[in-house]
Design a protein around this ligand. Structure first.
Ligand code: MUC
Ligand code: MG
Length: 367
């Protein structure tokens, strides 16, 4: 179970329609496929989605940090020495998606080596999650039509609505239209990606106070410390910290400082090992958890559901697992299927998915 090689392979798959939100927009999945090889011939896989507008990582930077720093540090370690791996990677600040993809590929390789599923290895609570679909910026009618299609085709009844535009009425009109067209039976929450000030956020939440929102996420910047604390203290729904709470230490700071009351776990930026730490901390603090989406492809979405299904606290809420549906293609031999509003983990060992060599050859950018 010794690591012999770590590969970082760039690939690009276009989106059928871009996803737009307050801090950026994504037109193509320009991700990095990470493969961890062992001396037993096992290969673990995961994908790293660079999000320069949130974490400062780029596709080229992820490949460079893996090739030049992490691969030499980790080659030769056993798959079981995960704390040693993290101690070594921790010497380099930042680079969350690069570290996370290595961590998840190691867990996949470990599951394959032990002949067990990763989700069972992590916690094994259940085998599926309800799905929440993230709706990017558009006109109200287009966002309603997308939500209706997701409900009718896939049975999805939870929607995260991107907000943070100015004036705030652009977004509050969308949320109102969604509630009016979809009715009381759906769950709606909003994510501002820091686009509004605290005062704008309070105004928007006031305008939507009759719309029965489940959560509000990262409406204003956490760096606006007093404003954010003021905002969170006056809301009557949990306020989710997403990009402001990447590590367990960030979670502690944001929660104890009164700047959030719930947490978004994204395995794309924490991997399974650090996500476990955040999960356990949140459980101890009595916080709501939502499994988030870093605009993941199918491999990343499988990683998210594998972690989310492993614990009662993360399986309780719908996970953001469906944005791969907007991609024109993917790398897996068997595409993920959402049905009845749910996504299930795959039976089998590791993550239970395989990379299609022809698709990888077609989409990889380094040959
Ligand atoms: C979110 O929850 O903020 C968009 C980019 C990213 O990294 O995450 C999102 C979704
Ligand atoms: Mg978010």
């Amino acid at each position: 179970m010794k690591i012999t090689q770590i590969e970082a392979i760039p690939f690009a798959i276009p989106y059928r329609k871009p996803l737009k939100f307050a801090s950026g927009e994504v037109y193509a999945a320009e991700h990095v496929l990470v493969r961890v090889h062992t001396d037993d011939g096992v290969v673990g896989v995961a994908e790293a989605p660079p999000r320069p507008f949130t974490y400062g990582e780029t596709q080229t930077g992820i490949i460079a940090v893996i090739d030049q720093i992490f691969a030499p540090q980790l080659t030769g370690l056993s798959l079981l020495e995960r704390e040693t791996m993290h101690a070594r990677m921790h010497r380099t600040v930042g680079n969350p998606a690069a570290k996370a993809a290595i961590d998840m590929a190691v867990w996949d390789a470990l599951g394959r080596s032990l002949d067990v599923g990763v989700s069972e290895l992590l916690g094994g609570y259940t085998d599926r999650m309800r799905v929440s679909h993230m709706l990017g910026f558009d006109e109200p009618a287009a966002m309603v039509a997308e939500a209706e299609r997701m409900r009718d085709e896939y049975g999805i009844t939870t929607f995260k609505v991107k907000v943070g535009r100015r004036p705030v009425s652009l977004d509050t009109a969308v949320v109102r239209a969604l509630r009016e067209h979809l009715g009381e039976g759906v769950e709606l929450y909003v994510d501002g990606n820091r686009g509004w000030t605290a005062a704008e956020s309070a105004k928007a939440m006031q305008q939507m106070s009759d719309l029965d929102l489940l959560f509000a996420e990262e409406l204003s910047p956490a760096d606006d410390v007093l404003g954010r604390r003021w905002l969170v203290s006056r809301l009557d729904v949990p306020f989710i910290a997403d990009e402001s709470a990447v590590t367990a230490a960030d979670v502690t700071r944001e929660i104890l400082g009164g700047s959030a009351t719930a947490i978004n776990i994204k395995v794309a930026r924490s991997g399974f090992t650090l996500a476990q730490r955040t999960h356990h901390l949140a459980e101890g603090l009595g916080l709501e958890l939502v499994m988030g989406n870093q605009i993941d492809g199918q491999l990343g979405s499988m990683c998210t559901v594998a972690f989310g299904a492993a614990f009662e606290l993360t399986a309780r809420r719908a996970g953001e697992l469906s944005n791969f549906l907007d991609m024109s293609d993917d790398l897996l031999t068997e595409p993920l299927q959402i049905s009845g509003g749910e996504l299930a983990i795959r039976p089998g060992t590791g993550l239970g998915v395989e990379i299609d060599p022809d698709k990888l050859a077609h989409y990889r950018q380094d040959v």
